[in-house]
Design a binder for this molecule. Structure first.
Ligand SMILES: Cc1cc2nc3c(=O)[nH]c(=O)nc-3n(C[C@H](O)[C@H](O)[C@H](O)COP(=O)(O)O)c2cc1C
Length: 158
C-alpha cells in the first residue's frame, strides 16, 4: 500500500469537531474529537474513536457514559481548549462553563446542542478504542450551524 495514498484517502472522510465529555461520579473530563458517527436509528447509537490510555478513554471505560457537545461554526478556539488535558474548577473547565447532564457528563453552556450516551459496546482494537453509546438524552440550547473540521484547517486522520 502507498502510505501517502492511504493518508490522503483517509483524509477524504469529512468530519465535524466536537467536545466529548465524560464522568464517573464527581470525576469529569472532556476532549475535542472528530471521530464521531451515528450508527443506528433504532435504538439511536453513536460510535466514538478514543485514544487508548488518555484520561478521557479511562474515564469513559470507568463511568460508562459520554456526552457529545456540538459546537457552532466559528467556535474553533473553544474546541482548541480541549486538545490538551483540562482542569475542572467547580462547574468550569478553566474558563469554560458547563452544567451537569442526566448521565453526569458535562454539557458546555456555549454548545449549540448535545446528546448524552450510555456505553453499550467497546471494541479494544488499535491505538484508539471504539465506544458505542446509546443516546439517552439530548438537548438544543440555541440555533446555529455546527462546526466542521474542514473550516478549522486542522486534520486528525490518515
Ligand atoms: C483536530 C483534532 C481532532 C482530534 N480528534 C480526536 C478523536 O477523535 N479522538 C481522540 O481520542 N482524540 C482526538 N484528538 C486528540 C485529543 O483532543 C487529545 O488527545 C486530548 O488531549 C485528550 O484529552 P485527555 O488527555 O484529557 O483525555 C484530536 C486532536 C485534534 C488536534
Amino acid at each position: 500500500m502507498d502510505p501517502d495514498a492511504k493518508k490522503q484517502a483517509l483524509r477524504g472522510i469529512t468530519y465535524g469537531l466536537y467536545v466529548i465529555s465524560t464522568a464517573d461520579g464527581d470525576d469529569v473530563n472532556a476532549f475535542a474529537g472528530n471521530w464521531v458517527t451515528q450508527t443506528s436509528f433504532d435504538p439511536p447509537l453513536v460510535a466514538l474513536g478514543v485514544k487508548q490510555g488518555t484520561t478521557s478513554q479511562e474515564l469513559i471505560a470507568r463511568g460508562g457514559v459520554f456526552a457529545v457537545n456540538v459546537l457552532e461554526a466559528g467556535q474553533k478556539d473553544l474546541a482548541a481548549k480541549f486538545f490538551k488535558p483540562v482542569r475542572r474548577v467547580g462547574n468550569k473547565f478553566e474558563d469554560v462553563d458547563f452544567t451537569t447532564g442526566e448521565t453526569g457528563a458535562p454539557i458546555l453552556a456555549d454548545a449549540l446542542r448535545f446528546f448524552e450516551c450510555r456505553v453499550v459496546d467497546t471494541l479494544e482494537r488499535g491505538d484508539h478504542w471504539i465506544y458505542v453509546g446509546e443516546v439517552v438524552n439530548a438537548g438544543v440550547q440555541r440555533d446555529g450551524a455546527p462546526l466542521t473540521l474542514g473550516e478549522t484547517g486542522w486534520s486528525y486522520g490518515g
